[in-house]
Write a protein that binds this ligand. Structure first.
Ligand code: BTX
Length: 254
């Protein structure tokens, strides 16, 4: 904690050597009233989760596996923009700390040189239409080596260590990440999503591309043209303009 420059994010840290999922623990703490800014961080997750019940590989001591508890005073429809905020924070931290160009693939992947270096899983509890708490889970592949990834994801996943060809200081990177996150979160509280939306647009690899969006019920293809004021992806499809708030996006090579 020494050297931390934030006043909210990461002031209180709950550290585990091994845990099922830091998001699950953070949600339990949030249920018991844990304050905003508390971070649950683990050296290893045995049940690290991605979206739709997918697994997130989280080997011991190699990554940054953490969850941040937030209590924004916003309506539930503002919540998806918090995932995008987190993505901008991670991309900036990677840029400023490692000098690598990190791009965001809507909604929750951070790619460097086309490979996934970080995933974000945001979970929320609401009371009526108002957010009670949000847990932002960040899985950042800091020092994983190629053999730490299961074979089936080696062609699409990477780590900062692999990209830089050297180990990085996880502590310093986490500090940087908390700093970036807090600045953006303060901006969000004061001015809403719109200043972050512009930053997101500068760092994204989705807009202007032909995409395929898989929702739980259908598949749509079209040109990704914009992000809405509340973080939705606008796609021009054959059936007309559609806005997506979730779903799987694949970029189609043309
Ligand atoms: P996602 O559903 O977009 O991505 C999950 C997919 O990514 C997996 O199916 C696999 O193909 C691939 N994958 C699995 N592990 C890794 C990895 N370490 N690096 C790159 N690719 C991988 C992304 O979901 C959201 C992940 C959030 C993880 C954080 S860690 C802290 C917090 N706790 C928790 O349980 N989840 C979050």
């Amino acid at each position: 904690r020494a050297g931390l420059s934030t006043s909210c994010i990461g002031r209180n840290i709950v550290h585990y050597h091994e845990v099922g999922s830091t998001n699950t623990v953070a949600k339990q703490l949030a249920e018991r009233g844990e304050r905003e800014g508390t971070v649950v961080i683990a050296e290893k997750q045995t049940e690290g989760r991605g979206r739709l019940g997918r697994r997130w590989e989280s080997p011991y001591g190699k990554g940054i596996w953490l969850s941040i508890i937030l209590r924004p005073r916003v309506a539930t429809d503002a919540a998806p923009s918090i995932t995008l905020l987190a993505a901008v924070a991670v991309a900036k931290a990677i840029k400023n700390f490692c000098g690598l160009e990190a791009l965001i693939k809507w909604p929750n992947d951070i790619l460097v040189r086309g490979k996934k270096v970080c995933g974000i899983l945001t979970e929320m509890k609401a009371d009526m239409d108002v957010v009670e708490y949000v847990v932002v889970g960040i899985g950042l592949n800091a020092n994983l080596e190629v053999q730490d990834f299961p074979e089936e994801i080696r062609d699409k996943a990477t780590s900062l260590r692999i990209l830089l060809n050297k180990k990085i200081s996880r502590v310093n990177l986490v500090r940087k990440l908390f700093g970036e996150f807090e600045s953006l979160y303060n901006l969000f509280r004061e001015h809403g999503f719109s200043p972050i939306r512009s930053m997101w647009k500068e760092m994204n690899t989705t807009l202007g591309q032909q995409v395929q969006v898989n929702t739980l019920t259908s598949v749509y293809s079209g040109l990704a043209v914009d992000i809405t004021e509340d973080g939705g992806l606008v796609v021009e499809t054959k059936e007309g303009t559609k806005v997506f708030y979730g779903g799987e996006v694949s970029l189609r090579k043309h």
